[in-house]
Design a protein around this ligand. Structure first.
Ligand SMILES: [Zn+2]
Length: 208
């Protein structure tokens, strides 16, 4: 099989991004300029192991995308506690920053799906709605909150769009993601001042 596809939901509408299978080596790779070591930088457009500010510190691998040239890549956030870690060696590939008191009212198409299990063996798929409202249930079924989560979204990366660096936000429960058009609603929801100040510099990169 030469091709596989991974569905990536996005505010610009769902689209398919090809995931190439290159023998046993899957993902995007690059050579660190500092020590010439080859490292994994991500998968498809998700640069899980590369910060935006390090995009010129690596050389593209023969079969991988060039993070210094490609647009619409989603880079790892510049977590201050990872400043000592070499490019490509970060843990927890899908780390994010929880957004406190953040809400995102989305299109009705962007409901997402969560799956619940029951000891009886029952498996239930429900619309997520990202904490905005309860899912609908048919027949005599009813759905309730029982200790509703206070945080439903996290900032998972920064996207180098044609207009500048945009926040990429994910629902914690269904993993649907959105590229937001501005930072104003995101920055006040980040309590940690150290990383917030770094992200404020990203926000300053936006055109217009
Ligand atoms: Zn959701």
């Amino acid at each position: 099989m030469l091709w596989n596809y991974r569905l990536i939901n996005n505010s610009s509408g769902g689209y398919y991004t090809p995931l190439f299978l290159r023998g046993v080596k899957m993902g995007e790779y690059a050579i660190r300029k500092v020590d010439r070591v080859e490292v994994k930088i991500g998968t498809c457009n998700r640069m899980y192991y590369l910060r935006y500010e390090n995009r010129n510190d690596v050389l593209k691998d023969k079969y991988s995308l060039d993070p210094a040239k490609e647009l619409n890549l989603i880079f790892r956030l510049p977590y201050p506690d990872e400043d000592h870690i070499p490019i490509g060696e970060y843990g927890n590939f899908d780390r994010g920053v929880e957004l406190i008191n953040f809400n995102l009212l989305t299109d009705s198409d962007d409901t997402g799906i969560i799956q619940l299990t029951h000891p009886s063996g029952l498996l239930v798929n429900l619309d997520c709605h990202h904490g905005n409202r309860l899912p609908d249930a048919g027949g005599k079924s009813r759905v309730f909150w029982n200790g509703k989560a206070s945080v439903n979204f996290k900032l998972i990366g920064v996207k180098n769009s044609v207009v500048g660096l945009l926040p990429e936000v994910e629902c914690k429960w269904c993993q649907l993601t959105w590229s937001l058009a501005e930072w104003d609603t995101v920055l006040p929801c980040i309590p940690d001042a150290k990383i917030r100040q770094r992200l404020e510099k990203y926000a300053g990169s936006l055109i217009g």
